[in-house]
Write a protein that binds this ligand. Structure first.
Ligand SMILES: [Fe+2]
Ligand SMILES: [Fe+2]
Length: 257
């Protein structure tokens, strides 16, 4: 059996603190082989830094998927080249630094391939995620594949998951920062959750300080948004893939006191 713990978008310091608080007991209880987290909002809500990635690696995360905010901080470009376990979406143009997937080797000749993919509905233009996934599956001998599909539209995520049902072990959505309660196993065995949700402050507008978010919407004037503080949500899911190919998924939502 292979067990993967997936953590939805970690938002700034409050999100990182939530990981440090909740991950130890999840590791002890669930004993995952691989821990994957979406890191696009890790550094003060926007992008990544070497320090924040190191902090989360120390906390127990093995591999990071991402999305449209991955290059918000300049240092991401070199960071991605030096750290193959930090992914940028696979369907960015080929000249973009970094990789869209990584194969993680596990004991007893097992491995897991993690793919980061970006949706196109209500998102910045990128290459077609369907064709990108076709090409990837044609070119690579892979066994167990987990895809983080980072997208705004629920229908695009469901269509992608059904298109690759039976070809990948799991499709887990991210980006909306709101967890959906629709975890299921598709007819050909792929585990699917439309959105894993975020790991960050509950009393917020999808993780950021609410007053600034409201002002921005009322006035149309862009202003800097910062991660909200206080009570947190730790959101994600736990996927198990048995030797015979049977797959299971549990949704995880922990709310702090
Ligand atoms: Fe995000
Ligand atoms: Fe995003």
């Amino acid at each position: 059996m292979i067990r993967i713990l997936f953590i939805g978008d970690i938002i700034g310091r409050p999100g990182r603190k939530a990981v440090q608080k909740e991950l130890p007991h999840l590791l002890a209880e669930r004993k995952p082989d691989v821990v994957v987290a979406n890191c696009e909002n890790l550094a003060h809500g926007f992008g990544i830094t070497a320090d924040t990635i190191a902090e989360m690696t120390t906390a127990g995360i093995h591999c990071f998927t991402s999305g449209n905010h991955i290059f918000d901080k300049k240092e991401a470009r070199t960071l991605l080249e030096d750290r193959p376990y930090v992914l940028r979406p696979m369907n960015y143009p080929p000249e973009v630094p970094g990789n869209g997937f990584i194969t993680i080797s596990l004991p007893e000749n097992r491995s897991v391939t993690v793919v980061s993919m970006l949706g196109r509905a209500f998102m910045p233009p990128v290459d077609c995620p369907f064709r990108s996934m076709d090409r990837f599956l044609e070119s690579k001998e892979t066994d167990i594949v987990l895809v983080d599909f980072h997208g705004e539209a629920t229908a695009e995520k469901a269509a992608f998951a059904h298109e690759f049902d039976g070809k990948v072990a799991a499709v887990i959505g991210t980006h909306t920062h709101v967890q959906t309660a629709d975890e299921r196993i598709l007819p050909h065995g792929t585990a699917f959750l439309t959105d894993a949700g975020m790991t960050g402050a509950v009393n917020s507008v999808i993780g950021v300080e609410k007053d600034a978010a409201i002002r921005r919407m009322r006035t149309g004037i862009n202003e800097h948004l910062t991660p909200a503080k206080g009570k947190y949500w730790f959101c994600g899911c736990d996927i198990r893939i048995e030797e015979n190919g049977n797959t299971f998924i549990d949704r995880i939502m922990i709310i702090s006191k």
